[in-house]
Design a protein around this ligand. Structure first.
Ligand code: MG
Length: 254
């Protein structure tokens, strides 16, 4: 069941979104060669606490970390570690969920570390572009399958692939609500968007084949061909005429 949110509830989700905006602003300055993925998670955890939010990812479903920090061939759910040091040329995605006043916001950014190869910068850019394409389609009356299809279409046109195993989702009082929002879809299918829906749209894109495996830690999802992967996510609210992004500053992005 898709839960529609009132304007007041969306206002509360925006408060959670502001926490993520601040986390990403701090990470922008912080991420560089020599930093460990644990230090990234610690910075996020401290920022959320300072801003009166709950770090909803910490321990979620038994996840052994304070943030999902995924480097290079890790698509999602990288476990922060003091041993995992970032090097020049890496790309790192940081996927965060904050809860404030009982409502969640979920977002992810992929950062280049130091000097990164052109091909990987392109992956980061086009992964975000998948989101922008989806975002521009959002308005009441649109079928979700059309949006999901457009994400995959752009990724494939770039020569990339998208995963079958991991999807975006509705979000609100719960971190994961209906509907599922895959990064692929059949046009003309799926739920019809309505004002008050709040959705985490999260293109995950791989340079190579969409074949993944989960490491023995039970979480870390890596590409089998070791090619790089990127992830870009925002929480959005469907409005009467379009959609509003709750997890980034106006003017940021497209
Ligand atoms: Mg997320």
């Amino acid at each position: 069941m898709i839960v529609l949110k009132s304007e007041a509830e969306i206002g509360l989700m925006k408060e959670a979104g502001k926490v993520l905006i601040e986390c990403f602003a701090r990470l922008e300055d912080f991420i560089r060669p020599g930093v460990s993925t644990l230090e990234i998670a610690d910075l996020v955890d401290e920022t959320m606490e300072e801003m009166g939010a709950i770090n909803a990812e910490k321990g979620y479903g038994g996840f052994p970390g304070a943030a999902c920090v995924s480097v290079n061939e890790v698509l999602v759910h990288g476990i922060p570690s003091s041993k995992k040091i970032l090097h020049d040329g890496d790309i790192v995605s940081v996927d965060l969920v904050a809860r404030k006043n009982g409502y969640h916001a979920d977002a992810c950014r992929t950062y280049p570390v130091g000097i990164v190869k052109e091909e990987h910068l392109r992956l980061i850019k086009e992964t975000q572009e998948c989101f922008e394409i989806a975002y521009r389609m959002l308005r009441p009356g649109v079928r979700l399958g059309d949006v999901c299809h457009a994400i995959e279409e752009h990724a494939l046109a770039c020569g990339y692939s998208v995963p079958r195993e991991y999807t975006g989702h509705g979000i609100g009082r719960a971190m994961h609500e209906d509907p599922y929002i895959p990064n692929y879809g059949r046009p003309g299918t799926g739920p019809v968007l309505r004002e008050g829906m709040t959705l985490a749209i999260e293109p995950m894109v791989m340079e190579g084949k969409n074949s993944l495996r989960v490491l023995p830690d039970g979480w870390t999802a890596v590409t089998r061909d070791h090619k790089y992967a990127a992830h870009y996510e925002n929480t959005v609210a469907i409005t009467s005429t379009g959609a509003e992004i709750l997890t980034r500053q106006e003017g940021e992005g497209s």
